[in-house]
Ligand binder design. Structure first.
Ligand SMILES: NC(=O)c1ccc[n+]([C@@H]2O[C@H](COP(=O)([O-])OP(=O)(O)OC[C@H]3O[C@@H](n4cnc5c(N)ncnc54)[C@H](O)[C@@H]3O)[C@@H](O)[C@H]2O)c1
Ligand SMILES: N[C@@H](CCO)C(=O)O
Ligand code: NA
Length: 439
């Protein structure tokens, strides 16, 4: 389908699938900003229907707009743009493929779907020369997809790193500031519309890993899927980790890091990883609180760029969705398409074992002479250089907190296994990375 059939009076038909946190806000904006949207698109945007799971609930919507048959809505002749806001993978995959293959452009906020099926979806969009837009899928309202695919299209990106999950940032910020209870804070993130339907996706890092896969794919012009991303969540972080982090002048953040890894004499590789890390209080990411997100992009010529704002919540996410709807609608009216998938570089993924970082190792130890030297010897044996060691507590509560210089993940893992065998070490209670410092 091209824009040829659209004139200034011919409406562009929009179908919204899902009327939850984000879908309801998208419908509100479509209904409240009719005139402005028409001016920006160059033709009216006509809401053709809203697919819901249960039509019996009173949502105050025009009943003629509401349907439980999402598939039939997608396939209506008067629908030009399908907005998928149901979540999950299999049903949205079928609906999005049906939309694209019948020549409709698609806007989605569904990072789980994209991080598994971008290839298939991009090919379906290519086959019908239509748009597949997903600004809302990464960092909610914050423009990150469009800057990477358009503004920086003439530069070489080296690193995209930051905080891209609002729920975990909300929880970690509360734990850091008030020692708040983990479960209560998670429930509050759900009430505010930040958390996924299954919050495991947030707290175990699946959501951040899906976003890292999308960011790495577009930043490095390669296909990266969720299974390529090394992932660790926040469910094992304790108040004691925060105490130790604060004593070191740090806080703890769940970071998503996508990096170009140079190989001397060879092709660059990609590292994409998600884990909770200590971040010095002086680092810009340390001050990102609540459900806010921040993404730092480092590019060869642009230098460092930082994007900050609301990464979750119904209205902020709907803002990004609506930006995409307007773009897709303009393309319908004027002809043309937005950027298509770019995967020409086809870079390989570097295993996490090859990636050097600094580490923080917290262990319970016997409060005896010789413990420190035995522990230090294990680090030395595995070639991991120690930066600082602190003893916290005493007697049966004695703990050693070791911060290392840069070491590879594989050397650190071997050190931790050896420490666990030491008679004096009761338990290695946590191993976290330290980011934002280079020593
Ligand atoms: N909430 C956020 O902050 C946020 C931010 C960015 C991206 N997202 C993404 O946006 C999408 C929607 O998120 P949400 O928070 O609005 O979720 P939600 O659970 O609030 O809404 C999803 C809605 O889809 C409905 N639904 C389920 N099956 C359906 C079916 N067969 N037909 C029609 N409707 C059906 C559900 O009843 C629910 O109302 C997800 O992919 C999510 O990952 C959400
Ligand atoms: N559950 C996600 C929604 C935004 O993608 C978050 O907390 O960031
Ligand atoms: Na965004």
């Amino acid at each position: 389908m091209t824009g040829a059939q659209f004139g200034a009076d011919q409406p562009v038909g929009v179908a919204v699938l899902g009327y939850g946190n984000v879908g309801s806000e998208v419908v509100r904006i479509l209904q409240e900003q009719v005139d402005d949207l028409q001016q920006r698109v160059g033709a009216p945007l006509a809401l053709r229907g809203i697919a819901v799971r249960d039509a019996s609930r009173d949502r105050g919507l025009d009943p003629d707009l509401v349907t439980t048959d999402a598939r039939a809505l997608v396939e209506r002749d008067d629908v030009d743009i399908v907005v998928e806001l149901i979540g999950g993978i299999e049903l949205p995959r079928e609906l999005v493929l049906a939309a694209l293959s019948s020549g409709k452009s698609v806007v989605t906020a569904n990072k789980a779907l994209l991080s598994e099926h971008t290839g298939e979806l991009a090919e379906a969009a290519e086959a019908r020369n239509v748009d597949l837009y997903f600004e809302a899928a990464v960092a909610g309202a914050i423009p990150v997809i469009r800057p990477l695919t358009q503004s920086l299209a003439g530069d070489r990106v080296h690193r995209v790193a930051g905080i891209v999950n609002g729920t975990t940032n909300f929880i970690l910020s509360a734990m850091s500031e008030t020692g708040a209870d983990y479960g209560e804070t998670l429930a509050e993130a759900g009430n505010r519309g930040y958390a996924e339907a299954d919050p495991t996706a947030d707290v175990e890092g699946f959501d951040a890993a899906a976003k890292a896969a999308i960011l790495a794919s577009i930043a490095f012009h390669s296909r990266v899927s969720a299974s390529d991303v090394h992932r660790e969540g926040i469910s094992a972080i304790t108040p004691q980790d925060f105490e130790s982090a604060h004593a070191l002048g740090c806080t703890i953040k769940l970071l998503s890091i996508c990096e170009r890894v140079p190989s001397p004499g060879g092709r660059d590789r990609i590292s994409a990883r998600v884990y909770p890390a200590l971040v010095p209080d002086s680092h810009p990411l340390a001050t990102v609180g609540g459900a806010f997100n921040a993404v730092v992009v480092e590019a060869e010529n642009a230098g460092r760029l930082m994007f900050y704002g609301q990464g979750a919540g119904g209205a902020p996410t709907a803002s990004a969705v609506m930006g995409d709807v307007v773009m897709a609608a303009r393309n319908k009216v004027n002809g043309g398409r937005g950027p298509r998938e770019s995967k020409y570089a086809n870079l390989e993924i570097a295993p996490i074992g090859d990636i050097p970082t600094r580490y923080f190792v917290n262990m319970q130890v016997a409060d005896k002479a010789g413990v420190l030297s035995a522990v230090a010897a294990e680090f030395a044996q595995h070639g991991v250089s120690i930066s600082t060691v602190r003893q916290e507590g005493e007697g049966t509560g004695a703990r050693l907190v070791v911060v290392t210089h840069t070491a590879s993940d594989s050397a650190l893992s071997a050190t931790v296994s050896a420490l666990e065998q030491l008679e004096f070490v009761t338990a290695v209670t946590s191993v976290l990375r330290l980011e934002g410092t280079h020593r």
